[in-house]
Design a protein around this ligand. Structure first.
Ligand SMILES: [Zn+2]
Length: 182
C-alpha cells in the first residue's frame, strides 16, 4: 500500500507549523535554527536535548531520529549534516552516509519491532510531500499487514507523545545492541 494512503491526522499539525519555504514559522528561541533537523544536529545523542528531539544517533555521517509526526510506529528519519535540499547537492560520500545510516535504521527497527516490511524514501520538493524541502531526509517506515487499520483505529494527537516516548526507549535500546554487534 502506498505511503500516502495512510491516514495520519496529526500530520496536519506539523504541516501548519511550516512556512512555505522551510523550517518553522517562528523558531522556538533566538539563536535556534529554524530547521528542526539543524536544530537537533547540535546535540550529542544521549544528551537530554537530543532525547527531547528524539535523536537516536548523531555522528559525522549524519543523524537518525524518530519522526515526531509518524505515519507508523517506529517511523525514522535519516538526515545529512548539511542543510541541503537535493541529492545532487551532496557529495558522493555524503550520499553514501545516508545509505549507511538507512541500513543501520533498518537493522535497528528490525531488532526493535520485527516488522513484516519497510517503506523507505526521500520526498524532494513540497509537491512530492516534503514537509521540510530545505534539508533532505530519508524516511524509513516499518510496515505490518493491516497497519493502516491499526492507525485509523488508535491514531490521535493525544496518544502520540506517549507512543513516541515508548518508541524512543525501545529503539534506543535496539540501536545500542546493533552498535555493539558491529
Ligand atoms: Zn537543516
Amino acid at each position: 500500500m502506498p505511503i500516502d494512503s495512510l491516514w495520519a491526522p496529526w500530520r496536519m499539525q506539523y504541516l501548519t507549523q511550516l512556512d512555505p519555504n522551510e523550517g518553522f514559522k517562528s523558531p522556538p528561541a533566538e539563536g535556534v535554527p529554524a530547521c528542526f533537523l539543524c536544530d537537533a544536529l547540535r546535540f550529542d545523542a544521549g544528551s537530554e536535548d537530543a532525547q527531547k528531539r528524539l535523536v537516536l544517533l548523531n555522528d559525522e555521517r549524519g543523524m537518525i531520529l524518530l519522526n515526531r509526526y509518524p505515519y507508523t510506529t517506529g517511523h525514522l528519519l535519516i538526515a545529512p549534516r548539511q542543510h541541503l535540499g537535493d541529492l545532487i547537492d551532496l557529495s558522493p560520500q555524503q550520499r553514501g552516509n545516508i545509505m549507511e545510516l538507512t541500513a543501520l535504521a533498518e537493522q535497528t527497527i528490525k531488532l526493535a519491532y520485527n516488522p513484516q516490511g519497510f517503506n523507505m524514501g526521500i520526498n524532494l520538493g513540497r509537491c512530492a510531500g516534503a514537509g521540510l524541502p530545505g534539508h533532505l531526509h530519508m524516511h524509513v517506515l516499518p510496515r505490518w499487514g493491516g497497519d493502516t487499520n491499526f492507525i485509523t483505529t488508535v491514531g490521535s494527537i493525544r496518544i502520540i507523545p506517549q507512543a513516541l516516548e515508548e518508541s524512543f526507549r525501545l529503539l534506543s535500546a535496539a540501536m545500542g545492541k546493533v552498535a555493539a554487534i558491529k
